[in-house]
Ligand binder design. Sequence first.
Ligand SMILES: NC(=O)c1ccc[n+]([C@@H]2O[C@H](COP(=O)([O-])OP(=O)(O)OC[C@H]3O[C@@H](n4cnc5c(N)ncnc54)[C@H](O)[C@@H]3O)[C@@H](O)[C@H]2O)c1
Length: 381
Amino acid sequence: MSKKLTYGMVGGGKNSQIGIVHRKAINLHNNAELVCGAFSRDFKNTLITGKELKLEEKRLYRNYEEMAEEESKRPDKIDFVSIVTPNVSHYEIAKKFLESGINVMCEKPLTVTLDQANELSNIAKNNKLIFAVAYSYTGYSMVRFARDLVRSGKIGDIRFVNAQYISDWMAKVPFEGKIPRHEWRSDPKFSGLSNCVADIGVHVENLVSFITGLKIKSLCARMDKFIEKNKLDDNASILVNFDNGAEGIYWTSQIAIGHENNLNFGIYGTKGSIEWSQEQANYLKISTIDHPFLRLSRGSKEISEYIKQDYVTPGGHQEGYIEAFARIYEKFINAIIKRKKGEILTQEDLDFPTVEQGVIGMKFIEKCLESANKNCTWIEF
Ligand SMILES: NC(=O)c1ccc[n+]([C@@H]2O[C@H](COP(=O)([O-])OP(=O)(O)OC[C@H]3O[C@@H](n4cnc5c(N)ncnc54)[C@H](O)[C@@H]3O)[C@@H](O)[C@H]2O)c1
């Protein structure tokens, strides 16, 4: 099975944001080829995008339903679909492809309700399909190394987590219909019941849970709407209690002027702490009680072989967003290849964000909304 896998894309048409990142990330490992798409609701856009991507015209579809139906009839049907449309459509599109026997990579948030997310997870399980969610930031080498450090006990028992995903684009971009992705994110018809928590707060929840392995026990959320025209939250402060007794504070914002895409965390344990920031993704700060702090880079000898074996860009050079995305895709694609060969998948094979993490993300959004709607009451998770 040396042939590349094939895939299709729903969304990601000309002038959209994240579809092109997915395509570039997949290309980095050269193990899957884009062969079809329904890139937009506007078929003209799909045709233009497909032509630019040099796809066969007969595999450019008017809508995702037609794509799933036609592809599932082909002897060479696609191995997976990447869903990169606005939130509200993830459920129906993912469901259609799962029911057509096609593996799925879906953007976050997985759906707009927890019930929908659970349903997708069950369909994937029943149909023995692989379903990943594009929690891209857990693909960074230094994030994965942070998880190793926590697992090895380097910082002791975790006491406190301070994590943020703060940006300022909604404060800077004029609202009036200039940027479609601005419009839809703040409109419940396309975004669901949350904008900021669903859009970037879920990355914080997923990142912290990926690194620490801690589960949220309860939370208390305040969700704000600072921009007058926004119909949904554009800023949120969330207190969390974890199952081991540790505490945390998450801040997620689209109005934090001065921050472009500042996803960062500090994890504080009984023996030390680790800190990381997405805008300086190649470095990790480690402090222990009895040593001055260390700033480790990806090239440092301390980085484990499990992490280094996945490097595409050598240490001493800057690894970025595309590489992080590509790492998730590589593991997802390898799992599909292994399943196609009839082999049993191990936990290590599934070391990418799976649908179960998407379900937890949806639970997080719903619990934040419940708390915020009850005047920031503490809510059991
Ligand atoms: N993982 C990340 O880091 C990350 C970053 C950005 C966006 N996202 C997620 O990606 C998704 C898309 O966000 P975006 O910023 O790229 O949006 P966008 O508005 O830039 O692009 C959405 C695309 O989907 C197309 N589309 C909409 N409905 C469709 C349908 N039914 N069938 C086919 N195409 C359809 C639009 O025409 C457009 O091409 C969102 O769920 C968002 O939360 C994730």
